[in-house]
Design a protein around this ligand. Structure first.
Ligand code: S3P
Length: 183
């Protein structure tokens, strides 16, 4: 089978806020040595502002535009060995879903509402969850987004009860199989 340079080897992590994308991304980066691309951090760096400030000062629609621009930039890159960690709402736009799917092997990290609530409730960094009833908000957004995560992902991992090392091991085994059979 041909080892063409264009075959994407990227591993793309999608999933709700607090599903562990950043931690698992770092674990995969350490094991594979692939570049770690954290989309939220890239947007913050290029805007010179934290996500909360972007939401407050420019609005969510502007943030979503930055996300799409970021994906278009990554899609143009020749570096195909990246771990790409996304923001939880990246799947909202249909164009993003197809961009993501073409970037590489897309893994959806899923977690139940209670787990997400526990992981996110102590932080003020997520503007969409700064609500009085954050549990209800998580549940509503999750229900809305699940079909989009499902549509975009090659693999879903239920992360409840697993640590980041176990999750990374599962991803690596499946990704190896996927890339071997997609060449
Ligand atoms: C968002 C998730 C956040 C960040 C922004 C919006 C969302 O990223 O992109 O606050 O809409 O779910 P994390 O999933 O890394 O928290």
């Amino acid at each position: 089978m041909s080892q063409t340079a264009v075959t994407p080897k990227n591993i793309v992590l999608i999933g709700f806020m607090g599903s562990g994308k950043s931690t698992v991304g770092r674990e995969l980066h350490q094991r594979l040595g692939y570049t770690l691309t954290d989309m939220d951090r890239l947007i913050e760096e290029s805007m010179g502002k934290k996500i909360t400030e972007i939401f407050k000062e420019e609005g969510e629609a502007a943030f979503r535009d930055f996300e799409t621009l970021q994906l278009l930039e990554i899609a143009k890159q020749t570096e195909k060995r990246q771990i790409i960690s996304t923001g939880g709402g990246v799947v909202i736009r249909p164009e993003n879903r197809s961009l993501l799917r073409n970037l590489g092997y897309v893994v959806w990290l899923s977690a139940p509402v209670e787990v997400i609530y526990d992981r996110t409730s102590r932080s003020q960094d997520r503007p969409l969850l700064n609500h009085l009833d954050a549990r209800e908000r998580i549940s509503t957004l999750l229900e809305e987004r699940e079909p989009w995560y499902r549509e975009t992902a090659h693999l879903k991992i239920d992360t409840a009860g697993l640590d980041s090392k176990e999750i990374a091991t599962g991803i690596l085994e499946s990704a190896r199989y996927y890339f071997t059979h997609s060449e």
